[in-house]
Write a protein that binds this ligand. Structure first.
Ligand code: ZN
Length: 245
């Protein structure tokens, strides 16, 4: 079984379409899992949500998804993020808002638990250290965890029988084998990467290989930046896309 893992699309339709195309050219997948933040920041919330729903992706709630529909207070966000979150919410229909509001915080799917931020704080925690990963793995009822939120393609591993935690970046050159321990990983962000590489990020889990591979794909950043500006969204949200931050 092959499962495409996407996260933090953030209303970036061009990046999402590039990822869909890239997944397709690598061969069929059996399922799509989306780790939160379909909307927020970018200029195409309704179109991105429509595409994700067409994929019948298994989705969980992100802070921006709930911010856009008033389930999380916008005062919790920085100014540009709050402004974009409000704009995103205003550009969704009632059915789309209900879809976001009804998303679960966590989902257990086979050997994985899905949470946007972290399993212990699905809305807000940025999972960035091996110590956090260890604490979170202790909470899981599944062997492995999948998260988004930090927009960084990362993995953390806890070896079987104890020992030092390992971690690394998720990439195409060295697929992460899910053997010999427990892992928690982030496929990176489709629509607003923050690791200095502006290309859209996603990953594919292959159950035969028992491995997760991270991929990057170029998309038309200038087109999205023009839409951000045309929508009257904060200019920093356009600029950061070409810096991968
Ligand atoms: Zn996000």
């Amino acid at each position: 079984m092959r499962i495409a893992l996407i996260a933090d699309i953030h209303s970036n339709l061009e990046a999402l379409e590039a990822v869909l195309w890239d997944v397709e050219r690598r061969g069929p997948v059996d399922a799509w899992w989306c780790l939160g933040d379909i909307v927020g920041y970018g200029p195409d919330p309704a179109a991105c949500l429509r595409r994700v729903r067409e994929l019948e992706a298994r989705c969980i709630a992100g802070n921006h998804d709930w911010g856009a529909v008033g389930k999380v207070a916008l005062t919790e966000f920085n100014r540009a993020a709050a402004e974009a979150c409000r704009w995103n919410g205003e550009h969704l229909g009632a059915g789309e808002r209900a879809f976001l509001a009804d998303l679960p915080l966590t989902v257990e799917n086979g050997i994985f638990t899905l949470a946007h931020g972290s399993p212990r704080d699905p809305i807000w925690e940025y999972l960035l250290s091996p110590e956090q990963a260890q604490d979170c793995l202790a909470l899981l009822r599944t062997p492995h965890g999948l998260v988004g939120h930090s927009h960084l393609p990362l993995w953390f591993g806890l070896p079987e029988g104890g020992g030092a935690l390992s971690y690394g970046s998720l990439n195409e050159e060295a697929p992460l084998r899910l053997s010999g321990g427990r892992f928690i990983l982030n496929p990176g962000s489709v629509g607003q990467p923050r690791d200095g590489d502006p290309r859209a990020a996603y990953a594919i889990y292959d159950s035969d290989a028992n491995a997760v591979t991270g991929y990057r794909v170029e998309y038309d950043i200038a087109a999205v930046q023009a839409k951000v500006v045309a929508a009257g969204l904060p200019a920093t949200l356009a600029q950061r896309l070409s810096m991968g931050w």
